[in-house]
Design a protein around this ligand. Structure first.
Ligand SMILES: [Zn+2]
Length: 298
């Protein structure tokens, strides 16, 4: 999961329209079904999905997979519209893009920390944004990529919620480890370690970089050409950096962790192969690229 910056003050036109209508005729638990039925036309669904896809680069807000050509994405209600939060059914900050699997697993669940209480409808709609103090006082356990974004600066219990790296960390086997209660519940709820296709896809990202690195080192063992090795390692690390900053790529949190914490993924391989000194070269290149002024595509 990566933090995502969505402008809460600029919902798609179709959401603005329904919110205007609801001002005169506010939504109730009983009118929800009818309102949903009327609103979710193919045209409105398409408009919202397009707006979310542009923000999420067509990737799932939770697991970061990119379902094929947009055919399998869903409009996800972070706080479930039928789990007590009917009043947030058309709230822009409550809508995320998710894959069908995450959407199904999440369903109508919305776990809170011990001591957090589910809110009933808040009287003031300006408090309905996902980062508002009343909503955060519920202490949700499911991570929200938008709430963790630094621009939102969201807190609860006087503690900053973001960044995502406070909650989730990847292992080199493609699994994800929790670093907080929120991370733990999010992994559990979305089964982020129990969906083989997801774990394999993440492992592939790591393996692809590792394969290149191993090839370069084997070649160096034969040629002893340290300049060539250095050049190739530099290019590889530069590719890792570019991938980590390319919003179109899947599994960006993992790619960023590879760039920022290469030891987590590569160091052991080099210790095992008695190549600690060549690994130092990798670290040098990372340091150089990090401190380089060359502009990198963001
Ligand atoms: Zn997903």
């Amino acid at each position: 999961m990566i933090s995502v910056d969505k402008n809460y003050d600029d919902p798609p036109g179709v959401l603005k329209d329904i919110q205007d209508k609801l001002k005169d005729n506010p939504l109730t638990e009983y009118s929800l079904d009818k309102a949903l039925h009327t609103f979710w036309t193919e045209k409105n669904k398409k408009a919202i999905k397009e707006a979310l896809s542009a923000i999420y680069h067509n990737k799932c807000a939770y697991c970061e997979c990119n379902p094929n050509v947009g055919a399998y994405t869903e409009i996800e209600h972070y706080r479930p519209k039928k789990g007590g939060y009917y009043w947030l059914a058309f709230e822009w900050s409550n809508l995320l893009l998710s894959c069908t699997k995450c959407n199904k697993l999440k369903s109508y669940k919305f776990p809170l920390k011990d001591g957090g209480n589910p809110l009933k409808k808040l009287p003031d709609s300006s408090d309905w944004k996902a980062t508002s103090e009343p909503l955060l006082s519920e202490q949700p356990l499911l991570l929200n990529p938008e709430v963790t974004h630094e621009n939102k600066n969201a807190y609860y219990n006087n503690e900053k919620i973001g960044p995502i790296t406070k909650h989730l960390k990847f292992n080199k086997n493609g699994k994800v480890k929790d670093l907080s209660d929120e991370g733990k519940k999010t992994i559990e709820l979305l089964r982020l370690n129990q969906r083989p296709e997801l774990v394999i896809a993440r492992r592939k990202v790591i393996k692809a970089y590792l394969k290149r690195l191993t090839e370069y080192i084997q070649d160096y063992d034969n040629s002893n050409n340290v300049n060539k090795l250095r050049d190739r390692v530099y290019h590889l690390i530069n590719d890792v950096k570019e991938d980590a900053h390319n919003p179109e790529k899947e599994y960006l949190q993992l790619r960023r962790q590879i760039f920022n914490h290469p030891d987590d993924f590569f160091k052991k391989e080099f210790e095992d192969n008695h190549h600690v000194h060549t690994y130092e070269l990798v670290k040098q290149c990372i340091h150089e690229i990090k401190t380089s002024r060359k502009s990198i595509r963001h």
